[in-house]
Design a protein around this ligand. Structure first.
Ligand SMILES: Nc1ncnc2c1ncn2[C@@H]1O[C@H](COP(=O)(O)OP(=O)(O)OP(=O)(O)O)[C@@H](O)[C@H]1O
Length: 586
């Protein structure tokens, strides 16, 4: 399945803003009450601000011109009250929407992170971690900014515009129509340019993701970069992505700013129309000075929010571009679904490959028609040249991927019919590159082990002793409480492998795969591991992938994996012969 988010983006760009908005609203369905309250607050706020000019015009015509200062004072007081109430309603909606934005950010980040936890290994093979981090952090924040700062302003501006438009038309239809005519150009201009603005912003967000991916790659590999003196090369690469980001940011900035001057120009034209046409109407006696002052204020009330709308519209386009990038992750599904067991296919082995073919992508088949049987309690070795397909075979046993064709049966049943919990209880896997989490040795060896989550240190030490692992634990200065960081720079690769080994053995799986699991361990400790493995339950099946043949001396069966094909190798000597003359991967 294609999980490459950057390749998906073109297809998804075709989705309409309406569909995107519908999905977004679903996400904030729980905020409905707060959104209504904020909407009421903003309607009140806009309504109150709209009443202002009417009161001013009325005061001029009825009290200032007649020099009735009592009336002027009274209406001044009313106006003050209107503006103070407007301030409170404005503050209320800002507070409410600030909360909505933060809660949305929280929900969204959780939703994306949970989705990332659901997705299969192929997804992570096809996407760079830096880009994913940028989507979780940067894109969600852009959406939050729109919701907490712009959405209600956006709605408020529209309400003010509509209200002011109604006042303008009802005071004088002709003058109103003339005043509003430039707005038609604004609407047409906005409709025509919005897709282009969104595209420019999407490009910019993509380049932020690219830059983040580049930073992540160089930080992850800084030792190699320093050892190979590749700092200049990485500086150059970073410079390139930074340059792309700079250019796309300039492009997005230009696109984002295009509305402001155009809206400004058309607003000024509208005010000029009001002034000239209004004075003409006063001269011919069909308009009063007070009405003209109100009129100019309403024209300002119409065009000022329209100007603001230019900036808000841009913020909306940025938010929609971000939402598209977030949705791409949220809409993905894991293609490794649980299926019904196909009862027509049986197996008497613990694990069996039946005519299995596999390719990582459609381009090249990696495994061709593999038939393998792993029986209970036996030890199997997979050997073969680099790139021959050993790790791929082990990955299929752990269901990191599904076979493209054929069947893999675990305990006689389709491996795809097990829940992840059932499967991982039966199958343990020690990876070529063990990964440790920040915490202690104890945290790491109990990782994913539901049986021992609540044991005390003393109980765990006893369990470790019973599993013959105490000699391994003794290698760590502070035993179970030895501190580990995710980067694990404070312990050696061999020590990491020992922790991974203890982690896997303590889970007591029925089938344990060791993929080059002892490659970095000295021979004496390796013998210790071998004796621990020998003492595992008689029922445990071992699958050992190794380049060093001494590690597989005790195997009951040796398979030679080369160029995506698997054959029985017979004895250790025959295996060695196959390795020596074994053809390399084409
Ligand atoms: N994630 C991946 N995406 C695409 N191709 C892959 C991926 N992982 C491995 N391959 C390809 O699959 C083939 C088999 O690789 P695999 O890792 O299974 O070999 P191996 O026998 O375990 O090698 P080694 O002894 O070096 O660990 C190689 O050609 C490799 O390039």
């Amino acid at each position: 399945m294609n999980y490459n988010l950057n390749a998906l983006s073109n297809e998804q760009e075709k989705q309409s803003t309406y569909q995107a908005l519908k999905r977004l609203l679903k996400l904030i369905a729980a905020e409905r009450k707060t959104l209504w309250l904020a909407l009421i607050a903003i309607i009140l706020n806009s309504g109150l601000l709209l009443v202002g000019p009417l009161l001013i015009g009325y005061t001029i015509d009825n009290y200032i011109r007649t020099k009735d200062f009592h009336g002027v004072l009274m209406f001044g007081g009313i106006l003050l009250l209107v503006y103070i109430t407007a301030m409170f309603t404005g503050y209320t909606q800002t507070n409410l929407m600030g909360g909505v934005g933060q809660r949305m950010l929280f929900t969204l980040r959780n939703a994306i992170f949970n989705k990332l936890q659901e997705l299969p290994v192929s997804f992570f093979n096809q996407n760079k971690a830096g880009d994913l981090i940028s989507r979780v952090n940067n894109d969600t924040d852009k959406l939050n900014q729109f919701f907490s700062q712009s959405l209600m302003q956006f709605i408020g501006s529209i309400i003010t515009i509509i209200g002011a438009g109604i006042f303008l038309l009802s005071i004088n239809t002709e003058l109103g129509a003339a005043t509003l005519s430039p707005a038609i150009f604004i609407v047409l201009f906005t409709i025509a340019l919005s897709p282009w603005v969104k595209r420019k912003n999407a490009k910019n967000l993509k380049s932020v993701g690219g830059m983040s991916a580049e930073i992540q790659e160089s930080l992850n590999n800084f030792k190699v970069i320093i050892a190979f003196n590749r700092r200049d090369y990485f500086r150059k690469r970073f410079n390139e992505v930074n340059d792309i980001n700079y250019k796309t940011a300039i492009g997005a900035g230009l696109a984002n700013n295009i509305f402001v001057p155009v809206y400004g120009l058309l607003s000024s034209i509208a005010q000029l129309i009001v002034l000239l046409f209004g004075i003409h109407l006063i001269v011919i006696g069909s308009f009063s000075l007070g009405l003209l002052v109100s009129y100019i204020a309403y024209a300002t009330n119409f065009y000022n929010p329209l100007r603001q709308l230019a900036a808000l519209w841009t913020s909306f386009q940025v938010a929609m571009a971000s939402w598209d990038r977030i949705s791409q992750i949220l809409l993905l599904n894991n293609d490794l679904q649980q299926v019904e067991n196909d009862k027509t296919i049986h197996s008497d082995a613990l694990l069996e490959f039946k005519n299995v073919h596999f390719s990582y992508d459609d381009a090249k088949e990696i495994l061709h028609n593999i038939n393998l049987k792993f029986e209970k309690g036996k030890t199997y070795a997979l050997i073969g040249p680099t790139g021959g397909g050993k790790t791929t075979t082990a990955s299929l046993i752990s269901r990191l991927y599904d076979a493209t064709k054929g069947n893999i049966l675990l305990d006689g049943k389709d491996i795809r019919s097990y829940t992840p919990a059932q499967r991982t209880k039966k199958i343990g896997f020690i990876l070529q590159e063990p990964f440790l989490f920040t915490g202690t040795v104890k945290d790491n060896i109990l990782y994913g082990n539901s049986d021992y989550q609540n044991v005390t240190d003393e109980e765990l030490e006893k369990i470790i002793e019973d599993a013959n692992l105490n000699a391994l634990l003794a290698i760590f200065d502070e035993g179970l409480n030895t501190k580990i960081t995710a980067a694990s720079d404070d312990i050696s690769l061999g020590q990491k492998q020992l922790i991974a080994f203890m982690r896997a053995v303590l889970r007591n799986p029925e089938l344990l795969i060791l993929d080059e699991a002892t490659a970095n361990i000295d021979t004496i400790t390796e013998q210790l591991l071998s004796s621990i493995l020998n003492k595992l339950s008689k029922e445990t099946t071992l699958v050992i992938i190794a380049h060093r043949l001494n590690t597989i001396e005790n195997a009951d069966e040796i398979y030679f994996v080369n160029d995506g094909e698997v054959q029985k190798a017979g004895t250790l000597n025959e295996a060695l012969e196959l390795l020596l003359k074994g053809k390399r991967v084409s």
